[in-house]
Design a protein around this ligand. Sequence first.
Ligand SMILES: Nc1ncnc2c1ncn2[C@@H]1O[C@H](COP(=O)(O)OP(=O)(O)OP(=O)(O)O)[C@@H](O)[C@H]1O
Length: 223
Amino acid sequence: MNAKLITVNNLSFRYPKAENDTLKGVSFEVNKGDYIAIVGTSGSGKSTLLSILGLLNKPTTGSYQILGTNTTKLTNNSLSLLKNNEIGFIFQNFNLLSQLTVYDNVALPLTYNPLIKRGDYKEKVYKALAYVNMEDYGKRLPEQLSGGQQQRIAIARALVNEPSLILADEPTGNLDSSNSQQVFELLGRLNNDGNTICLITHDMEYAKKAQQQWIMSDGQLVT
Ligand SMILES: Nc1ncnc2c1ncn2[C@@H]1O[C@H](COP(=O)(O)OP(=O)(O)OP(=O)(O)O)[C@@H](O)[C@H]1O
């Protein structure tokens, strides 16, 4: 029996001042442990869909439920808590804070999580760094790392809070093929360890590594 994590029902989204909806009546479910790759042409709405799943944007109409909570009814404060505690983000350009060490970058999501005690940060950060094989790099600054290493740190940051959902938007878009392979091996391991992943990729070879491939076209999911 698969436990449901997400239910999206007839969701549409229009950017402020835009004339048309970017997402047009999208409905789907995601179960705990799913690994989904979203593919589709440029501009079809993939990043927009991920931004809504990540609670960075609110649906214009329709509903988005995660962990049994209808997010469209939540206050901004509750949305932030849900986002910080339950969602891990991995971006194409890594998005590490350049003035913070690797350790502090990975610790950052913990500082927004009121359920985690300060005294537990170190163990959690080093566990996440060990997961991506970067435990010796805690004192470095991001600029002292290669692109592949920076993305592995970003993955450690995404998993340090043990989120319910990991979202990755073109995580290998800035990496060469050997580093891309490493990132996809990590994502596969994360999924084998029970994590739920939604990923955007242009690369069909990598998309095939997910359990499901969803195709977006002009703001809709096509099968
Ligand atoms: N902030 C914004 N304001 C207005 N329109 C936007 C904004 N962001 C994206 N769009 C428009 O929404 C549509 C979908 O964009 P989105 O980035 O979701 O597509 P995508 O499938 O992720 O594309 P790509 O593969 O190129 O990253 C595009 O037409 C885009 O121009």
